[in-house]
Ligand binder design. Structure first.
Ligand code: NAD
Length: 646
């Protein structure tokens, strides 16, 4: 039975059991409606507890039903029936109550949660707004401003925050179900959320200010704008009118292109590791070594520590070691301040540092994040070959270099793999798992499991210059340079990318990250003969005069007091290079920019796919959305191109 009813004394316990996440599928909705009738009709029942079996409360709608016609009973009707019941209903929340799950809980008359529970309305992330009363009930339980932030931001809140805000009535201190039953016994009458006044309704000015702030972050994602509007109606209109308008907005968005694109990426992210090797038994991982405590090493160490691993950081000298360790502690401290690390001391106790590689003798996995230089990486791997256990996995975080060549210095190359983290590594979700030719199958399985243990999305990639993401990025960066030669300005390219939905354009991005690293890479490629005809020298010339980006106050733009201004120097270098290349440099319309950037992206992506570097077009979309800020609501470059092409 998807929904079952037991009794404890005079309290009925209605349990949803719909693995894996108790999604509010048709069977669940029908079962709940029946449970309302049964409990209302049962003279031996005074109150009802709504609970879920398995690892979570209702974690949302059944996304597989989204592309089907709506099936009765609809969730708003089920929730209305619960809210209208004459006997009090208590929601007992564990795991996550998300979307329809939280709406269901808000339709109940009382709510109690496990201390680790999280609650939210993340519909915007699937291109929707809540469709079962979320925008109307939430601001009747918590401050309207918080409701707005939760619904437009789509991020869940923790149980303690929910309690303070008024979303739940209690946090269970021992057994959730027993305490929910006690709460049900305590309350003789229902207490209906819709009968509450809006919380903080008098402060309309603060609400409008928050709404205006959020609107600035919308960047073309329709669902966020629609969510702000819906909460606005939920706060201002009579509840029944707001509910009807919310449902209409939900239904309109459900069949929108953006919702389809967001569903595509949602499923694509869950399918990246559907590889037979990922199902094999992984090697055990507990002790991790990280070589190099620079930008990446610090993030990688922090990511592992935050997820319960023991980590030893190795640097080349005491000064670098101290600097790296200090930055690890600073990263952990700031996470702890934001409530993300309950026990900072325990986390720090798992962290160790050393200069001598002998400290890695019992490591299960070592990741090198030293300079992007083949000789240095080979030396590091050769040392690791001598000091580590024979079955320890040795990984490189290289951005572009040949992982096969790095693996070849090992006596057993089958234990080498690329683990390409993104910066900052403790925040960014993407992990490219780069598979050299000789890689052992259980090393693939271990890397796949590791990506999950770190809370990341692992994507398998073959070996090539730049793997999936950096290779595609190099191609569209080169196209951006060609656009300059053809007449566009850096500002025009960046504005067009922002208008498309990128948070930042390619030239602004280079100024942020620093132009020097890519310069070094181009010099290497030139030396290796990998760059030939049509090479555009603009970026090299900027580097030659020390314009490395924000850190030097100048790059593609002049950076004055935190503002990026178009630069005369850059424009004149562009003009000179146009002349050298005998280009005409015609006037460029901003609408001509994106088709060329996207064209370059998809051409390279098709090549990456054809060569078997990426397993699927979906994997490419996941990489570009999660590592390169491709607008999620466009589904990734492959989805966007294929949708546009019909
Ligand atoms: P970085 O220059 O900030 O840090 C490199 C660190 O390695 C330095 O602290 C240096 O002291 C240390 N080091 C150098 N040789 C060493 C050795 N033999 N033994 C021990 N320590 C040594 O560089 P980074 O940006 O952290 O990049 C590191 C690697 O990660 C590179 O391969 C880079 O391509 C890759 N990567 C960088 C990014 C990024 O955004 N910065 C993203 C993904 C991957």
């Amino acid at each position: 039975m998807t929904v079952s009813i037991d009794t404890q004394g005079r309290v009925a316990i209605v349990t949803i059991d719909n693995p894996p996440v108790n999604a509010s599928s048709q069977a669940v909705r029908a079962g709940l409606l029946e449970a309302v009738t049964k409990t209302e009709d049962d003279p031996d029942v005074d109150a009802v507890v709504l609970a879920c079996a398995g690892r979570t409360f209702v974690a949302g709608a059944d996304v597989r039903e989204f592309d089907l016609p709506l099936m009765e009973p609809h969730l708003p009707d089920v929730i209305a029936a619960i809210e209208a019941a004459s006997k009090p209903w208590v929601a007992a929340i564990h795991g996550t109550a998300l979307g329809g799950g939280l709406e269901l809980a808000m339709g109940c008359h009382f709510r109690i949660a496990d201390p680790m529970a999280r609650m939210g309305l993340p519909e915007v992330n699937l291109g929707l707004v809540p469709g079962a009363g979320g925008t109307v009930r939430l601001p009747r339980l918590v401050e309207a401003e918080l409701a707005l932030t939760m619904i437009a931001g789509g991020k869940p809140i923790l149980a303690n925050v929910a309690l303070t805000a008024g979303l739940i009535d209690a946090i269970a201190t021992s057994d959730l179900l027993d305490e929910a039953v006690a709460l049900a016994v305590e309350h003789a009458a229902p207490r209906r959320t819709l009968e509450n006044a809006v919380v903080g309704a008098s402060d309309a000015e603060a609400f409008d200010k928050t709404a205006t702030g959020l609107r600035r972050k919308v960047r073309g994602q329709e669902s966020i704008a629609a969510a702000i509007d819906a909460v606005g109606r939920g706060v201002r209109l009579p509840a029944d009118e707001a509910l009807a308008a919310e449902r209409a907005a939900f239904l309109a968005l459900k069949s929108s292109d953006q919702a389809r694109a967001l569903r595509h990426i949602f499923f694509a992210e869950r399918a990246t590791l559907a590889d037979p090797r990922a199902k094999l038994t992984p090697r055990p991982l507990q002790r991790i070594g990280v070589i190099g405590g620079g930008t990446m090493g610090v993030g990688i160490v922090s990511a592992f520590l935050m997820r319960g691993f023991e980590v030893t950081l190795i640097e080349r000298d005491e000064a670098s070691l101290h600097a790296g360790a200090d930055r690890v502690h600073a990263t952990l401290d700031s996470s702890a301040k934001r409530g993300l690390l309950p026990d900072l001391d325990a986390v720090s106790a798992r962290f160790d540092t050393a200069i001598d590689y002998a400290a890695l003798s019992d490591a299960d996995l070592v990741i090198e994040a030293v300079f992007e230089d083949m000789e240095v990486k080979k030396q590091v791997f050769a040392r690791l070959d001598q000091v580590t256990k024979p079955d320890a996995i040795l990984a490189t975080n290289t951005s572009y270099l040949d992982v096969n060549a790095i693996a070849a210095v090992l006596s057993d190359p089958s234990r080498a793999v690329g683990l390409h983290f993104f910066s900052p590594a403790h925040v960014m979700k993407l992990l490219e798992i780069v598979l050299p030719g000789a890689v052992a199958e259980d090393v693939v399985a271990t890397a796949a499991k590791l990506s999950k243990s770190l809370g990341k999305i692992g994507v398998l990639s073959g070996v090539c210059d730049g793997f999936i993401g950096n290779r595609i990025m190099s191609a569209y960066r080169a196209e951006a340079d060609r656009l300059l030669i053809d007449g566009a300005s850096p500002d025009q390219v960046d504005s067009a990318m922002r208008a498309y939905g990128f948070p930042i354009g390619v030239f602004e991005m280079q100024d942020l990250a620093g132009l020097d690293i890519a310069w070094a890479m181009r010099k290497r490629r030139l030396a290796e003969g990998k760059i030939s005809g049509g090479y555009i020298r603009i970026a090299d010339r900027l580097c030659e005069i020390g314009r490395f980006g924000r850190k030097t106050g100048a790059g593609w733009y002049d950076h004055v007091d935190g503002t990026a201004l178009p630069s005369e120097v850059v424009m004149s270098i562009i003009a000179e290079e146009r002349q050298t290349m005998e280009a005409v440099g015609k006037a460029f319309a901003t609408e001509d920019v994106m088709p060329r950037i996207l064209g370059a992206m998809t051409r390279e992506a098709e090549a990456v796919l054809a060569e078997g570097i990426a397993r699927s077009a979906e994997d490419i979309d996941v990489v570009m959305v999660n590592g390169y800020s491709f607008p999620r609501w466009k589904g990734g470059p492959m989805f966007a191109a294929r949708s546009a092409g019909g």
